[in-house]
Design a protein around this ligand. Structure first.
Ligand code: MSP
Length: 652
């Protein structure tokens, strides 16, 4: 039996999963389902990357041991994958003994074979970030790196802004450089091993320069949450050496059966780790490199990088709650070509949902099933000799599904769905031109039966192919004509004569756009003419429960400076502000202060910004934070220097 072994990266366990993570896993699950549907034996591996400094720190902050901490966090991922119907065959965690044993075995083997040596490592060390940086990385903008190298200008940690120091440390190195020629030869002889082509070219470009050796250890004194080196317990292994090994360690005694993997799906950011580091590690270990590493692009949100600090991470759970898991899976794979970057916006999601799922597919299914209920008594007639129109319709189906198959197997999900939708569109057109309602009026019952049967075969074919992308809806749809499993056959005589069909509820009910609130809420509050004292709130203002400091600490408050302010057409309370909160780009914040402050008076004002409030879209603009403002029901004044506010006024 043909086999297919597909993997996702193992996710950093302390990250909160967002749509970028969901993207990789949904793509892998779709391929796993497709190959299973086609009778192949499949192994789908995902998991979590659980070692490292960040985890250790987060655990300490939460007052847990690192292990207890990761045991809790891993559930975030398992829970999301379960909700998204991503059915892994195996879930590997790097803290499991089955993994750590293999990592230590690999390290020992490389050490024994002379591929690992000890040496002094020097670099700019940041105590605050607990890592080394290169001279270029620690050079402040506008300064010549030579000045830093010569010690005339102090270097600065790019992560924390703290001073760095030149440090020399003894460490262990993997002789990666020794494998450069073999690696190049391998990639040239197997061009399909890094895809898309653009990514292979990037790696080849990288390999034009001499490859260095790889530092694979960290002193335990600095980092204890890792896998100790078997030949020197004072050190733990570098997290990427640990993490990459998961693809093999998870196979246990099945390594000979499943290795090399058919496909590692990764984001473009971790391409070098998966091609240069991993391929050379495998070569040194006498193991074959994976057959293909496919690097997909990155999701942005309204063209902005998704990040915790920007507070714009798109929560897959919220999308599942509103649209269901299948719609999210569909959107992710349909919206952008696999390999390229793409942009998320709630409008783009809603548009695809309503146009393609609710309208194109949902309507085709609903109208053909409803008509079959109405004119065929809910019972399918036997297939009849197809007419020329029927044959032409079937030919569209053949072309569409051939393309679907070829594109999915080339990991081109968007194109696969586009192809399938040609057939869905043809199904709707077929109904329009064959007009079974007119045939029914004329009393041509036999042709009504044939037309509806053909339309339903089209629905069956589309639903069966969609089983890998929208598994729940596919099953619901197939059940409407009594099918318990997908049937990929592209023919008009598959559904059994006499089968009962029922329309039931619409498959993807239309969803209206969320109304954009005119009334500013917490996230856009603010206020009045500078210097006008405002009355204190009424004595019967609601009492608040005392909170712990830990609760307060959840709110990320930062000083911001208003760089620009403008009115928003037709919104009499809202102003659109551009606020510098010390990040790479200023934030856009909508504030309900237009009645109290003119835009001109605000520029240059220093304000307090709640930075980690969930972004919210109003009037088609995403507000990325909230200004602290005083007042009760109506905002009375910005809490800012030079603006007088009566003591006791509430702030929100
Ligand atoms: N732990 C490493 C992987 C080790 S694999 C041996 C890691 N983890 S991660 O959680 O940061 O990222 C996992 C995957 O999520 C990567 O493929 C990454 O590209 C992907 N994404 C993270 N943010 C993303 C977007 N905004 N868009 C698309 N994918 C993104 O790296």
């Amino acid at each position: 039996m043909e086999r297919f072994y597909v993997t996702t990266p193992i996710y950093y366990v302390n990250d909160v999963p967002h749509i970028g993570h969901a993207y990789t896993t949904v793509a892998a699950d779709t391929l796993a389902r497709w190959h299973r549907l086609n009778g192949r034996e499949v192994r789908f591996l995902t998991g979590t990357d659980e070692h490292g400094q960040k985890v250790m720190r987060a655990a300490a902050k939460a007052g847990r041991t690192p292990q207890a901490h990761v045991d809790l966090l891993v559930e975030n991922f398992k829970h999301l994958w379960t909700r998204l119907d991503c059915g892994w065959d195996d879930f590997i965690r790097t803290t499991e003994p089955r993994h750590t044993t293999v990592v230590r075995g690999f390290l020992q083997q490389l050490h024994d074979q002379g591929h690992i040596y000890a040496n002094d490592y020097s670099g700019w060390y940041s105590t605050s970030a607990e890592r080394f940086w290169s001279t270029e990385e620690v050079t402040p903008t506008g300064v010549d790196p030579a000045e830093v190298a010569a010690g005339r200008v102090p270097g600065v940690c790019p992560d924390t802004g703290q001073a760095v120091e030149w440090l020399t440390e003894r460490n262990y190195f993997f002789r990666m450089s020794a494998f450069q020629d073999r690696l190049l030869a391998h990639i040239e002889a197997n061009p399909g091993c890094i895809r898309p082509d653009m990514r292979r070219n990037e790696v080849l470009g990288f390999l034009r320069k001499p490859l260095g050796d790889l530092c694979i250890s960290r002193p335990k004194a600095r980092l204890s949450w890792g896998i100790p080196l078997p030949f020197d317990e004072d050190y733990v292994t570098y997290v990427w050496f640990d993490a990459l090994t998961n693809y093999v360690s998870a196979l246990g005694d099945q390594r000979d059966v499943w290795w090399p993997a058919d496909l590692h799906i990764v984001g473009k950011d971790i391409l070098t780790f998966h091609t240069v580091y991993w391929f050379t590690m495998l070569m040194a270990l006498d193991l074959a490199p994976p057959k293909c590493v496919y690097a997909h692009g990155w999701w942005t949100v309204r063209k902005a990088k998704m990040s915790k600090s920007a507070g714009n991470m798109v929560d897959p759970h919220a999308l599942i709650d509103r649209y269901g898991p299948d719609a999210l899976r569909y959107f992710l794979l349909r919206e952008i070509p696999f390999g390229g970057d793409g942009d998320y916006s709630p409008e783009a999601f809603l548009l695809r949902y309503n146009a393609e799922l609710a309208n194109d597919l949902g309507n085709l299914a609903h109208r053909s099933l409803s008509m079959a209920e109405k004119w065929l008594g809910g019972e399918l007639p036997a297939a009849t000799e197809p007419t020329d129109d029927d044959r032409a319709f079937l030919a569209v189906g053949k072309a569409a599904t051939d393309s679907f198959r070829a594109q999915i197997e080339a990991y081109q999900f968007k194109q696969a769905l586009e192809g399938l939708w040609e057939f869905v569109g043809a199904g709707n057109k077929y109904l329009d031109t064959q007009a079974p309602w007119s045939l029914a009026k004329k009393g041509d019952t036999a042709r009504v039966g044939a037309v509806l049967r053909n339309a339903l075969e089209c629905v069956r074919i589309a639903a069966s192919h969609l089983a890998c992308i929208c598994p729940q809806k596919s099953a619901v749809l197939l059940a409407k004509f009594g099918l318990a499993a997908p049937d990929l056959a592209v023919a008009l005589d598959v559904l059994p004569a006499g089968a009962r069909v029922a329309a039931g509820d619409p498959l993807f009910p239309r969803i209206e756009a969320e109304p954009e609130p005119e009334e500013p809420t917490m996230s856009e509050t603010a206020a009045p003419a500078p210097v006008a004292p405002v009355p204190a709130p009424a004595a019967d203002a609601p009492a608040f429960e005392p909170i712990d400091f830990a609760d307060f600490a959840k709110i990320q408050l930062k000083v911001g400076k208003i760089l620009a302010a403008e009115r928003i057409p037709k919104a009499d309370k809202l102003l659109k502000l551009s606020v510098d909160v010390g990040e790479a780009t200023p934030r856009t914040i909508l504030a309900g202060i237009a009645k109290a402050h003119t835009p001109e008076s605000l520029v240059g004002t220093q304000v307090t910004v709640v930075c980690n409030l969930k972004p919210r879209v109003m009037r088609g603009i995403e507000s990325q934070g909230m200004l602290l403002a005083a007042g009760g029901e109506d905002v009375a004044a910005l809490v800012a220097p030079g603006i007088a506010i009566a003591p006791g006024t509430g702030v929100k």
